[in-house]
Design a protein around this ligand. Structure first.
Ligand code: GLN
Length: 475
């Protein structure tokens, strides 16, 4: 039986006392991966390689020359490039493609002695919230295999939930780290836009995409953030701000805070009643502890999802133009010339959801509609940013559910994609505004399904967010 370590410091304790070795740890994870292969969390496992790295690390541990992440066995979402390893974004169009360089975050993680055990299933090109758009099929939730894992970093979340690795790295464009973390009962952090380099992530919507850790503890999230964060010459959108020692400075928050929560997350009929109760309980506890917790009305609530989907599909239609049957992966065998290479490779290579979004994005950017949709959505984004900044002038955090309902059944008939898009209501505000947000496990519902609550903080206030999260988890 695999042991679920709550944090890397617990693992380190075991390594130092000689109770365990990294090799044994990796073997444990590999056997857990094998036992749970039917959950479909991994697109590929780097078993032999991880074992070899573990042996080398065990030797170096004896010499005392190791990085901050020694003993941390992680999985990465399959849209993060790792040199000489395949990367597919769970799409047929990238079948067989190997990365020729590593993402900056991968280099930073490896430099601190993380071991990467495999690449995880996700929604195709990270488009989705249930992992069902993956070319490789849905990921099953470890808490209930008939339920979705959430998405798009579904495989990453289940890999952590089921003890197939200690932590995982996902990417979050509109909730893809936080929502699967909530569905799987683990911690998911989306840092401030620009805090972590996007170099080497397969782009979905470049003005939204951020990588983030999925972990079993706030402590590990802080540590992984610390390792991955910081300026990068290969990504001009990274902030030049120095990176705090998030992990070393992680202290359970002791001050009284001002917290806002969205009135609608309690009053709206669209929010599951047990999700509401979890939020109400948290509010009551915080108030009892002396924090100021007040409801706020967010007048742009109805515009969050439409603005998000117009902007991300526009960016996606541009980003995905490079998959043309010439440069990467799949080329249709039926292609006879350049135009049919493009057409047939893209028609066969992309799944339905990706095609829908490329078409929608192309439409909102087209000459006659640009002003009506794309330009307008940009203006709405600005209004949402200004309103959010205003809230943060008065409050330290915004508290809300991560998702309006717990994990739902795999294959639930969804005839209208807009219905699925609306489920992103609570996660896209942080994405549109670029502020950091964390999903924290908040118990299970009456059916044993995990629930998550989300906290948003001011730009670059990750330290305060993490400190408060640590406190919140022990409340
Ligand atoms: N569900 C959202 C979408 O489909 C978020 C996905 C993500 O964050 N990658 O766009």
């Amino acid at each position: 039986m695999a042991k679920f370590y709550s944090s890397l410091s617990e693992i380190k304790g075991g390594l130092q006392s000689g109770k365990i070795t990294v090799e044994e740890l990796v073997k444990d994870y590999l056997s857990q991966i094998e036992k749970n292969a039917h959950l479909n969390a991994f697109n590929e496992v780097f078993g032999q390689e991880a074992l070899q790295q573990a042996k080398d690390l065990d030797k170096r541990l004896k010499q005392g020359k190791t990085g901050k992440l020694a003993g941390m066995v992680i999985a990465i979402k399959d849209n993060i490039c790792y040199k000489d390893h395949k990367v597919s974004a769970s799409s047929k169009i990238l079948a067989g493609f190997k990365s020729i360089y590593s993402a900056t975050i991968v280099e930073r993680l490896l430099a601190e002695d993380a071991i990467i055990i495999g690449r995880c299933n996700c929604d195709e090109f990270a488009m989705g919230a249930s992992n069902e758009s993956s070319y490789y099929g849905p990921v099953k939730n470890y808490a209930d295999e008939t339920k979705v894992s959430g998405g798009s970093s579904g495989g990453s979340a289940v890999a952590v939930q089921a003890g197939m690795c200690h932590a995982a790295i996902g990417t979050d464009t509109g909730g893809s780290v936080r929502q699967p973390a909530a569905f799987c009962g683990v911690v998911g952090l989306k840092p401030t836009y620009g805090r972590i380099s996007r170099h080497g992530l397969i782009a979905y919507a470049s003005s939204f995409d951020q990588a983030g850790p999925i972990t079993r503890s706030v402590e590990d999230a802080a540590l992984l953030l610390e390792v991955m964060a910081g300026a990068d010459e290969y990504d001009s959108t990274t902030a030049q701000k120095p990176v705090p020692a998030y992990a070393a400075d992680l202290k359970k928050s002791t001050e009284k805070k001002k917290i806002a929560y969205l009135q609608e997350s309690i009053s709206s009929p669209g929010v599951d009643s047990e999700v509401k109760n979890t939020l109400i309980n948290a509010i009551d506890k915080l108030r009892a502890e002396g924090h100021t917790v007040k409801p706020i009305a967010f007048e742009y609530l109805d515009y969050l999802v439409p603005a998000y989907y117009i902007l991300v599909t526009a960016e996606a239609s541009s980003n995905l133009a490079r998959f043309d049957g010439v440069h990467y992966g799949y080329r249709s065998p039926a292609a006879t010339d350049l135009v049919t290479t493009y057409k047939k490779s893209r028609s066969d290579g992309f799944g339905k959801e990706v095609k829908r979004r490329i078409m929608l994005g192309t439409f909102v950017l087209s000459a006659g509609y640009y002003d009506a949709y794309y330009a307008k959505a940009q203006k709405v984004r600005r209004l949402i940013q200004e309103k959010t900044d205003k809230i943060f002038e008065e409050y330290d955090f915004i508290l809300m559910p991560t998702a309006p309902e717990p994990a739902y059944s795999i294959g639930k008939e969804v005839t209208d994609p807009v219905v699925s898009y609306l489920a992103d209501i609570f996660t896209v505000q942080a994405s549109l505004t670029g502020v950091p947000a964390i999903s924290l496990p908040s118990g299970n519902n009456s059916k044993g399904l995990p629930l998550g609550l989300q906290l948003l903080a001011k730009h670059f206030n990750e330290q305060e967010l993490l400190n408060f999260s640590k406190y919140f988890m022990e409340l």
